[in-house]
Structures are given as structure tokens and as C-alpha cells.
Design a protein around this ligand. Structure first.
Ligand code: S3P
Length: 438
């Protein structure tokens, strides 16, 4: 894999595993190559290697070094795979693997760079009704549009351009072709999520983090959304298919094995904290443990750590230091858990999101906040006989607290889950969402 800068990439893992699973004897390495070295290195690489991949910023430059171009590379104006002097673009297959029906559909394309070019080409090829290219700069949108009419002279697709955030859209398909939302700026969004309405399909190639905030925002609104992890794997499988003509690849088997490994690699290299919030009795600790187990990452229970630190049970802390004393401890313990290295699921006490200081801490650490929500009746039946909660002694007062906190929880979280489900089922549901396995 050549690129510059390469940074951390999942490609070595992906290719090593595809080769192992498919019985290919080979190795896949990364070479950081600046643009100035392409002229003398590309001919050498084409001679010495069986094949190679190329990533930003060389995908377009590579076009000029190829003996011939596959249709995929010609239509995208970019090469990401090279085999025997021929340039291919397997990102197209990756994108197609999302399985979005593009025929006679109206598409809103966010972005006008290389990724937008690739997606637009696939849309035109598939016979989309229209594409609106929305970009920050009107010039780049116009440039892509002109390029598309030159490469697809016969396409029936209507291509329009716009700049500035769209205030509304009637598009059937919304494609993110910007880097917005990628680690470490995970809160970046390519559009106002309120323009997403049920019936539309959203595709976001961002896989770090998985799920992206765009995907979560779409799903929260009942909009089908597909993340980029599978696309990343599929473009890799397609490259291996090109390098190993005639060999059969069991895509389903590769996906089943490699997608979870890709996630684990992400958890290792880009630590993520998943914070479970919700009222007392919503099952944060029980579900948190199960979830952490499923994801193969650590689990920390803030209340347990508070008790360990204070060497006292929570009712005693409340009795000795008052609620304020408890809250101070809670913030300190949560801060150290949130800033600790490594990925983890954290269960916070029900009162945690009430302090602004805590909410800021969560945002600063890019933490994913999942709210476990259930009707008061259900929660009360779970906690009313338990004496370990100083704020759940009397039904009326506890219900009032529940009502006061309701909007706070929902405003603060990235996603809401039904906490009336049995813990194993709930953990399974959350794991499916957080790992993007539809
Ligand atoms: C509290 C919830 C408790 C615990 C403390 C205060 C709250 O945790 O932190 O008793 O303010 O809601 P659970 O939500 O895990 O019961």
C-alpha cells in the first residue's frame, strides 16, 4: 500500500486475513511515498511487486503511470489497485457492497473530492434519476459536474450543484463523501441531521469511529443508515480478486471473521469510551458488563470505583458528605475513567449527566453516550426493594426525579435503547448498533 502520510491503516490486517482465509501465500506491506518519488518508484513497484494498492494523495496521479485502465478507474478518475501495469478502482465495488438501490433515485452527494467522484460515477452507471452535488466550494462542485458530463456523455442522470448546508432535501439517497465525522473530530457532520427523514437511505464511508455520528443521527430519526466498515473490507477483497485471478473468495466467510477483527483493531488503536446512562434500575451495570464482554473491551462501573476509593458504600457517602460530596467524587472518578487509555464500556450512576461539568467531560473525550430508557413503573419495580440507593427511598419523590431528568438524558445521549428488554437481549441490540452489523 502506497500513500503519504499513511498513518495507521487497517489494510495490512485486512489483507493478511483475506490471504490466510483464502489460502493465498503472500505479504502486504505499507510504503509511505511522497509525490516527488512517484516517477522513479512506480515503474519499479510495477516490476517488482505482484500488485499494489494506492491511497491518498496518489490515486489520481497514478492514472498517468498505468499501461491501461480498467473501466472502474477510468470512470472514477482514480486508481487504488494496480495489477500488471493496469489500474483499477475497487472502491466502486466497496461502495456497491452497501447494496443501495440507485436506479431512478434522487441522490444528495455531500462533497466534491475523490470520494464524491467515485460515488457519483457509480450512481450514473446505475441509472440514478438525479444527483445534487453539494460542496463547500461551488467551484469544486462545478468541476466534478463538468467531469461527469465528459465521462458519461450518454447518461440520463440530471446533475445539479449546490453549496452551503442544505436546509432540506427530498433525496432518496444521501451520500457522505466528505471526511467529516472522522476520528478525532467525531462530532463533525456533513449535513444538518434534521434534513434526514424516514424513507431515505444514508451511506457514510466513515468507519473510524464505527458507528459515525451521522449514522447514529440518521438511525435515531428512523432513517436507514450504512457505515463504511464493510466497504473498506470489500474493496480489499476486490483487490485480492484482481491480484489472484481465478481464485474463488468466500465473501460471507471473510466478512464474518474479519469485520469483528477490524473493530477490535480500531478499539485498540483509537480508544473509544462507551458510556451507558439512564435512571436508576435501567440496568447500566449488568448490560455494561455483557456489552464489554461482547465487544472484547474493558468495563468500569463508576459507582463501584467510587465505593472502592471512599472505602464506603454509597448510602454512607451520602450520609457523611451529603449529595454534593458524592457528586464531587463521582466527577473525579468518572474523569479518570474517561481519560484512561484503552477502549471501555462505562456505567455511570443515574445522576451523572445532571452536572454540566460531567457533560463537558464526556464531549471532550469523544465518548459515545447510550441512554437506557424505560417507563418509571418498570424501573421502580426493580429498585423499590433495594436500600443501596439514597435517592430512591420514596416512590413519589423518585418519580419526580425521573420526570425532571427525562429531557436531560435524551438531550445528552447519542442514542436511546429500550431498557425494559432483558439484559442479554439489550446488550445484543447495543452490540449490533455499535459494531454496525446490520
Ligand atoms: C444515583 C444513582 C446511583 C448512584 C447514586 C445516585 C442518582 O447509581 O450513583 O445512588 O443520582 O441517580 P445507579 O443509577 O446505578 O443506581
Amino acid at each position: 500500500l502506497i500513500g503519504n502520510p499513511l498513518g495507521h491503516s487497517l489494510s495490512p490486517l485486512i489483507h493478511r486475513r483475506i490471504m490466510e482465509i483464502s489460502g493465498i501465500d503472500g505479504s502486504y506491506e505499507m510504503h509511505d511515498i511522497p509525490a516527488t518519488e512517484l516517477p522513479h518508484l512506480i515503474p519499479r513497484l510495477m516490476n517488482e511487486l505482484d500488485g499494489f494498492n494506492c491511497t491518498i494523495p496518489h490515486k489520481t496521479a497514478l492514472l498517468h503511470y498505468m499501461g491501461s485502465l480498467d473501466e472502474s478507474a477510468r470512470l472514477c478518475g482514480a486508481v487504488n489497485t494496480v495489477f500488471r501495469n493496469r489500474g483499477y478502482n475497487t472502491d466502486t465495488e466497496g461502495f456497491k457492497s452497501a447494496g443501495i438501490d440507485l436506479r431512478v433515485k434522487n441522490v444528495l452527494l455531500l462533497g466534491a473530492g475523490g470520494s464524491a467522484h467515485m460515488m457519483a460515477a457509480v450512481c450514473l452507471e446505475a441509472g440514478a434519476e438525479s444527483i445534487e452535488i453539494n460542496a463547500r466550494s461551488p467551484e469544486s462542485a462545478a468541476k466534478l459536474s463538468a467531469h461527469l458530463s465528459a465521462t458519461f456523455p450518454k447518461a440520463a442522470t440530471r446533475v445539479t450543484t449546490s453549496s452551503g448546508a442544505p436546509a432540506t432535501t427530498s433525496a432518496d439517497v444521501i451520500l457522505n463523501a466528505t471526511p467529516l465525522g472522522m476520528w478525532p473530530k467525531v462530532y463533525g457532520l456533513p449535513c444538518d441531521p434534521d434534513i434526514l427523514t424516514p424513507g431515505a437511505v444514508v451511506f457514510d464511508p466513515v468507519y473510524n469511529p464505527t458507528p459515525s455520528r451521522l449514522v447514529l443521527n440518521a438511525r435515531k430519526r428512523g432513517v436507514r443508515a450504512i457505515g463504511g466498515l464493510r466497504m473498506l473490507l470489500r474493496q480489499g477483497i476486490e483487490a485480492q480478486r484482481i491480484w489472484n485471478p481465478g481464485l474463488a473468495f468466500d465473501i460471507a466467510a471473510i466478512e464474518a471473521e474479519v469485520l469483528p477483527e477490524m473493530l477490535r483493531e480500531l478499539y485498540k488503536s483509537f480508544p473509544i469510551k462507551i458510556l451507558l446512562t439512564g435512571f436508576m434500575g435501567s440496568g447500566k451495570s449488568t448490560v455494561g458488563k455483557l456489552l464489554a464482554n461482547k465487544l472484547g473491551i474493558a468495563f468500569a462501573d463508576i459507582d463501584v470505583e467510587i465505593e472502592r476509593l471512599a472505602r464506603r458504600h454509597i448510602p454512607e457517602i451520602f450520609a457523611e458528605r451529603g449529595e454534593q460530596g458524592f457528586r464531587k467524587l463521582e466527577t473525579a472518578v468518572a474523569e479518570s475513567a474517561l481519560r484512561r487509555g484503552g477502549s471501555a464500556v462505562l456505567a455511570a450512576g443515574g445522576g451523572f449527566p445532571c452536572r454540566e461539568e460531567n457533560r463537558n467531560l464526556v464531549r471532550e473525550t469523544n465518548t459515545l453516550v447510550l441512554h437506557l430508557d424505560a417507563p418509571f413503573e418498570i424501573l421502580w419495580s426493580r429498585i423499590s426493594h433495594d436500600t443501596s440507593r439514597p435517592l430512591a427511598r420514596e416512590r413519589g419523590q423518585t418519580e419526580e426525579l425521573y420526570n425532571t431528568r427525562a429531557s436531560l438524558y435524551s438531550d445528552f445521549c447519542d442514542y436511546v435503547f429500550d431498557a425494559s428488554l432483558p439484559p442479554t437481549e439489550l446488550a445484543e441490540t447495543i452490540a449490533r448498533l455499535t459494531t454496525d452489523m446490520e
